[in-house]
Design a protein around this ligand. Structure first.
Ligand code: HEM
Length: 509
């Protein structure tokens, strides 16, 4: 009996093993077949439609004549559909319209489309190698590390020590800025240099534990350079796509090289050399020990085998992040531009700030943000109206979007301008209406509003933007009534403003 059951168990086990082996074989065959089918499917996918391409220029001529270059993509979509093949010079490009298609690029197939364009200008700005840049490099382990290292600093947790440091640096700068604005006694004021200095000092204090005087000539010169670079990278340039035009841009290229050299000199002389010396002497203060410079230097000087950053690449990362102040300052000047001619918006921000601070009995802080949704809504509305483009992506492999075949190295334009301005998505999109971001007294962000991108290449600075613009706009509108100095139209389509731009009167309440 026992012997019989041993035999039957052995037989059963052998049978089971056979079944499992067969199942594995079937599974393997199926997987191979699916892979082959996918490969065949990829090849069989159609190419996206698009306009005719001319020798040398491709379809470059179709982008001319628009106030906002991305508006051309919306017009092309009316003719060819949401996904369009476009040759710019000899660069194969794809224009992607519509939320679902954009999400397919950035999220569902984010790993296929995480590269960035290979423009000569970007190489010039980063000492001949765009891989030194946080925003213009291709995806790599180095970029992954740089993003991970940044997270704790650019996304400080509410109520953390870093968060309250940031809050106090903003408060100090606002104290100095409002003192200077008080001194203007309502006279016409060029606010851009003031905001650039305030934002730069907040960034420098927060990331580098170092502040500079309003009249520090070397600092001010460096801020001019940072802002010129910001302006430069925000402008389209035909030579990006038509490299045979590059010889005509040789002066501009030399200028960019010089700018990056001067920034490095300033950072070394005024920030990093002193820190390196004091690190070796064990003289880094407690406040400094938690800043971004320390995180970078700890990584660079660590004995880990897998460390990816050198001192040189760490310096580029630091310069890139400190340079982010220019984005915030330019945004704020434009936001003030929108509200200067809208006293009712100014009054609502002031009312919110007065309520929370007991009519200005204490300064505004970052902790007040959750109960001042209208102020945040004003900033979101300014960002929507400006509609700065998502940095173009590049396909790192053959792939597909919306059922169309995409070749490796195709440059992908994501038309967020259409997402920000379509009357199918927004009520009266051409009007400045902050209340569109509010529902029952709470801040809401529609799914189709993606000003900072999304996915693995999304903006690393968006919280700094939200924090600083909330505090600065809230404080200014609580203390002053703003009047435009002359007629102007806030330029839209990108964030950057020229150095000399519109002026306002700041009339104290
Ligand atoms: C209103 C101001 C800003 C806007 C509208 C903005 C928007 C964007 C967008 C659309 C991208 C590309 C996202 C993508 O490709 O999917 C981006 C990337 C980036 N932003 Fe911002 N940004 C702003 C300010 C800042 C600031 C202040 C900083 C630094 C503190 C910053 C740091 C970065 C970095 C490092 C990247 C590159 C990320 C990567 O490629 O991996 N940004 N930003």
């Amino acid at each position: 009996m026992i012997q019989l059951s041993i035999v039957s168990y052995t037989l059963l086990a052998a049978l089971a093993a056979l079944v499992v082996a067969l199942a594995i074989d079937v599974f393997r065959r199926r997987r191979l077949q699916t892979k082959q089918a996918l490969l065949i499917g990829q090849d069989e996918l159609p190419e996206a439609p698009g306009p005719r391409s001319w020798p040398l220029i491709g379809s470059m001529h179709l982008l001319g004549g628009y106030e906002v270059p991305y508006a051309a993509f919306t017009d092309l979509a009316k003719r060819y559909g949401p996904v369009i093949n476009l040759h710019l010079g000899n660069q194969k490009c794809l224009v992607v319209n519509g939320l679902n298609n954009i999400k397919e690029v950035l999220i569902a197939k984010g790993a296929h489309f995480d590269g960035r364009p290979n423009f000569a200008r970007f190489h010039q700005l980063f000492c001949g190698d765009k891989e030194n840049s946080l925003a213009f490099c291709d995806w790599s382990e180095l970029q992954k590390t740089r993003r991970e290292m940044l997270r704790a600093h650019t996304f400080p947790q509410s109520f953390s020590a870093r968060f309250s440091h940031l809050d106090s640096f903003v408060a100090e700068e606002m104290h100095d800025l409002t003192a200077r604005l008080d001194a203007t006694a309502g006279a016409s004021t060029a606010i851009k240099p003031e905001l650039i200095h305030a934002c730069a000092n907040i960034f420098s204090a927060y990331f580098c534990s170092k502040k500079f005087d309003r009249h520090d000539a070397a600092f001010n010169h460096t801020l001019d350079i940072f802002d010129s670079i910001f302006y430069e990278v925000n402008q389209g340039c035909a030579a990006d796509f038509l490299p045979w035009l590059l010889p005509f841009h040789s002066k501009q290229m030399a200028q960019m090289k010089q700018w990056s050299h001067e920034i490095r000199q300033f950072m070394e002389t005024h920030i990093i050399n002193d820190r390196l010396t004091r690190r070796r002497q064990g003289l880094v203060s407690q406040e400094e020990s938690g800043d971004y410079i320390e995180a970078l230097l700890e990584h660079v000087e660590s004995q880990q085998k897998e460390k990816l950053l050198t001192l040189d690449s760490a310096m580029f990362a630091l310069e890139d992040i400190v340079g982010g102040h220019s984005a915030v300052a330019n945004l704020l000047v434009k936001a003030l531009g929108f509200v200067a001619s809208r006293p009712e918006v100014q009054e609502r921000v002031k009312a919110e700030a007065d309520l929370v601070t007991g009519n200005g009995a204490r300064p505004l802080t970052l902790q007040d943000r959750p109960v001042m949704p209208y102020t945040d809504a004003v900033i979101l509305e300014a960002i929507r109206m400006i509609s700065s483009p998502i940095v173009p992506h590049v396909a790192n492999q053959d792939s597909s979007i919306a059922g169309y075949k995409i070749e490796k190295d195709t440059l992908i334009f994501l038309n967020n301008h259409e997402l920000n301005t379509s009357d199918k998505l927004w009520d009266e999109p051409s009007k400045f209406k902050p209340e569109r971001f509010l529902s029952t007294g709470r801040l809401i962000k529609p799914e189709h509003f993606l000003p900072f991108g999304v996915g693995r290449r999304s903006c690393m600075g968006y919280k700094m933007v939200q924090f600083l613009s909330f505090s600065i706009l809230g404080t200014l509108l609580q203390k002053y009534r703003l009047e435009p100095e002359q007629d102007y139209k806030v330029p839209v389509g990108d964030l950057a403003l020229p150095k000399d731009t519109f002026k306002f009167k700041f009339i104290a309440h």
